[in-house]
Design a protein around this ligand. Sequence first.
Ligand SMILES: *[C@@H]1O[C@H](CO)[C@@H](O)[C@H](O)[C@H]1NC(C)=O
Ligand SMILES: *[C@@H]1O[C@H](CO)[C@@H](O)[C@H](O)[C@H]1NC(C)=O
Ligand SMILES: *[C@@H]1O[C@H](CO)[C@@H](O)[C@H](O)[C@H]1NC(C)=O
Ligand SMILES: [Ca+2]
Ligand SMILES: [Ca+2]
Ligand SMILES: [Ca+2]
Ligand SMILES: [Ca+2]
Length: 492
Amino acid sequence: MLMGNCLLLFLWCLLDKSFVSPLHSSSQSRMGKEQYRNMLALRKHGMMGVHRVKRGWVWNQFFVLEEYMGSDPQYVGKLHSDLDKGDSIVKYTLSGEGVGSIFTIEPSTGDIHALRSLDREEKPYYTLRAQAVDVLTGRPLEPESEFIIKVQDINDNEPRFLEGPYSASIPEMSPVGSYVTQITATDADDPTYGNSARIVYSILHGQPYFSVDPKTGIIRVALPNMDREVKEMYQVVIQAKDMGGQLGGLAGITTINITLRDVNDNRPRFSKSIFHLRVLESSPVGSSVGRVKAHDLDSGKNAEVQYSIAPGDGRSMFDIYSNKNTHEGTVILKKRLDYETRKSYTFKVEASNAVLDHRFLHLGPFKDTATVKVTVLDVEEPPVFSRLSYRMETYENTPVGIIIGAVTAEDQDVGYSPVRYSVDWRKDSENHFDIDPVEGTLSVSEALDRERNTEHNVTVVATKVSKYGGLCFTQMHRYNMTSLDNQASLHP
Ligand SMILES: *[C@@H]1O[C@H](CO)[C@@H](O)[C@H](O)[C@H]1NC(C)=O
Ligand SMILES: *[C@@H]1O[C@H](CO)[C@@H](O)[C@H](O)[C@H]1NC(C)=O
Ligand SMILES: *[C@@H]1O[C@H](CO)[C@@H](O)[C@H](O)[C@H]1NC(C)=O
Ligand SMILES: [Ca+2]
Ligand SMILES: [Ca+2]
Ligand SMILES: [Ca+2]
Ligand SMILES: [Ca+2]
């Protein structure tokens, strides 16, 4: 610091901690609105008081207000050497940052002006050098002296959310006060001066579900029991305002998408209390009988439903398979059905959640039951012979037309249709027998010779006659009957 007989710079003195803080108590360094206004007033009236500090003049800083909009150049301050007695032999010169383009000096008076408006956020201060020279000799009267022109902040930047828009998620049913996320706005203005960069957060949209901490920007749950099954996504709009949130402050806003994650707070429910399924009696074991479905409002694993059949005869006849993708239960046939034996089955099925959340067990059992009624459908089946094979015996000299035995087949379907009998000539090349189509009685049609054949195989076809009148439609199925006529060999 220059002392004594040297170049003096008369300065704007601001009660601003940015340059007086080392010598000021902190209580004085906070500049209120009132002081700010006073300062502006001082500036308007040209150069004012010099702020005196203990160890000498505060001499090496000038201040210039940023974003100055006046038509005339802004007055910055005045250089003065105590060798300058007002007799016009001293000339002041300026060098350094912005000289000529931004700052000019009046050589005879030492008045410094700023030619254009400055932006503190672009460049907060300029370093310049001043000199007083003898007009006549051109020799310096003082050693060159360095000083700073500080650009004084005004609140011309709104807080900005540089990382927005944001998204966050929390489990549904989170307690009030649960942390959701933290958002931060930044303000380009001078944080060390006034309230231009003092941000206060508030919530514009998203109440009463969420709250924001005015100081920290931490977003929390504000409403209990938020249910994902009712509303899954919330768009919360947060405002950041400078000037401590006061009227006249500048504001920036951002949006946060808050998604509720699923928890298992719903049990599966059957869409109806009774499911009617129908199955053909001829269905093979392992085939699907039909499906049941219990709906679970949750999602993912929490919506997975496991089906089971309650103990009983339903369980001995049917299985149930739980499909992870469709969340359905497929009833599967475990044993062969027979319409004529049993025409329906009624049993209970249970749907339960695979993954349970103990916090919600108080809401009741996480399962549901329904009744399944399976109706067995009749299928037209061929007549059934009373035996798998028949054995008949006769003498070789039995006359043609004599009845040697009979077969019986019966329709077991509900219609109890009449049965007709015939001999299948294709099966047995030689045939010595006739069959009565209605009675099923076998008679000899050709003389038998035991020495040529002791045994004849006869294939008998039993045919079901359609009830529906037509002459042609018959359901048929072949059964064979073996006839052994070894008795024909009776030669005494
Ligand atoms: C927030 O949700 C809206 C509407 O669904 C969507 O258009 C936007 O992209 C989302 N923003 C983010 C950050 O996820
Ligand atoms: C009749 O059928 C039985 C069993 O298939 C067979 O063993 C036998 O040889 C057959 N007899 C005649 C005469 O074709
Ligand atoms: C007839 O039935 C018997 C006994 O079931 C069997 O062994 C035989 O192979 C059958 N014959 C024909 C031609 O179907
Ligand atoms: Ca500013
Ligand atoms: Ca600001
Ligand atoms: Ca849920
Ligand atoms: Ca049947």
